[in-house]
Structure formats: structure tokens, C-alpha cells
Write a protein that binds this ligand. Structure first.
Ligand SMILES: *Cc1c(COP(=O)(O)O)cnc(C)c1O
Length: 221
């Protein structure tokens, strides 16, 4: 009952704030996902394509699957038939491949562009200049089977609330600016995925619309 209780408590907290919860179930067994499912939860996130595909095949088909981890172009084909939202798009090449696979399955695939906000340089994502370049490119207008729903970012893993807050503030400002300049007439550009177990409260204060929580729900990995 622990997972069900965690889900219910967090759902209640977030629904009041109109923030969507993605339960990040990576490394956790299918039985853990089913406990959350029976508590009424449907949106789950994974970071490895192979694990995501296996869980999708085994589990109820009304689960909405999110890919939150890095995606290689050659793996897009495995998730294209069913993926709900890809949080980690960081190049035009990847976006083109997602579009190509989406066409094959006669789908529109929702994507977020991952922005590099952390001070660690090992983290994936676009910087501001790369984001602008991508959005200004001519090819992007030709990709009719993807929808850019918003941005995603991962803050620095640090006990300093000040640093985390500044990074989320920066991402929210970028989100608002991009919306104004590139997505003014696209109401579906509405998603700002920021916040994990350690920092989701700060992320919500700074304007997150979607949090990705693993250990808070399922326990330590
Ligand atoms: C693992 C992971 C999460 C969840 O992390 P927790 O700290 O367990 O909440 C969120 N986002 C991404 C991209 C992840 O890889």
C-alpha cells in the first residue's frame, strides 16, 4: 500500500496546483507500476528504451508512457508506435527521425526540447543558442508529425536551493520567451517539465507544469 498511498498524497498536492505528475518507474518491477495503476495513476516515465518497451508490452494499454532519458536516433522506431511524450529531444536530427517514424505509424508524436540548465557538463540538452537555431531552421516547419509541446530541464544535483531555484527560474523565463516568439499561435505549447523528487517543490514555485518523480513514489533505487 505504500506506493498507492504515496501516489494519492502527491496527486492531491499537485492537482490543486494544476501540475501533472509523471511517475518515474525506471528500474522498478512491473508490480510496483501496477500498484500505482490500481490507485488510479496512468502516466509513467522510463529512461531506457528497452525497459520502456518491455513494460509497455506487458502492462495495460491505457498507460501513458513518457520517455525521460536520453534517446538515440536508432532507437526511436521501438517507441514510435505508442509513446505519449518524449521529454528529451535535443537535436534536429532526432526530431526528424521521430517525425519519420511517426509518419510510418500515422501518429503525431508529442515532444519536449531538453534544455541544458545544470552546471554539470555531463548532462544532455540544448543551450539557448542551439535552441534558437533549431527553432529557426527551415526543416522544422516540414515536420508535420511531431508537436513541440514545451521544454524540459534537469537542475544541478546540489543541496543549494539557491542554485536550483535560479536554474528553474532561467528555464521558465526561456519557456515564456520562446512561447512568445515562436509558439504564439500554438496553444499546445503548454508544458514545462521540471522537477524531480529532490527539487519538485522549488520547480513548482518557479512555474513547472509537469514533475517527474521516482524515489518519492517508489522508494530509493
Ligand atoms: C530518474 C529520473 C527522474 C526521477 O528521479 P527521482 O529523483 O527518483 O525523482 C526524473 N527525471 C529524469 C530525467 C530521470 O532520469
Amino acid at each position: 500500500m505504500r506506493i498507492a498511498n504515496n501516489i494519492k498524497a502527491i496527486e492531491e498536492e499537485l492537482s490543486r496546483l494544476a501540475v501533472k505528475l509523471i511517475a518515474v518507474s525506471k528500474t522498478k518491477p512491473q508490480s510496483d507500476i501496477m500498484e500505482a495503476y490500481h490507485a488510479g495513476h496512468r502516466a509513467f516515465g522510463e529512461n531506457i528504451v528497452q525497459e520502456l518497451v518491455g513494460k509497455h508490452e506487458a502492462l495495460p494499454k491505457d498507460i501513458e508512457w513518457h520517455l525521460v532519458g536520453h534517446l538515440q536516433s536508432n532507437k526511436v522506431k521501438y517507441i514510435a508506435p505508442f509513446i505519449g511524450l518524449i521529454h528529451s529531444v535535443d537535436s534536429l536530427k532526432l526530431l526528424s527521425e521521430i517525425n519519420k517514424q511517426a509518419v510510418k505509424h500515422a501518429r503525431i508524436i508529442d515532444c519536449l526540447l531538453q534544455i541544458h540548465i545544470a552546471s554539470e557538463d555531463t548532462k544532455f540538452g540544448l543551450d539557448h543558442a542551439e535552441l534558437i537555431e533549431l527553432l529557426r531552421s527551415e526543416q522544422i516547419g516540414e515536420l508535420k508529425n511531431i508537436r513541440i509541446r514545451g521544454l524540459m530541464g534537469i537542475a544541478t544535483n546540489t543541496p543549494s536551493e539557491k542554485i536550483v531555484k535560479e536554474e528553474f527560474y532561467e528555464l521558465k523565463s526561456l519557456f515564456d520567451g520562446i512561447k512568445q516568439s515562436f509558439f504564439r499561435d500554438t496553444p499546445y505549447f503548454d508544458t514545462l517539465s521540471m522537477g524531480m523528487s529532490a527539487d519538485y517543490k522549488i520547480a513548482i514555485e518557479q512555474g513547472s507544469t509537469m514533475v517527474r518523480l521516482g524515489s518519492t513514489i517508489f522508494g530509493e533505487r
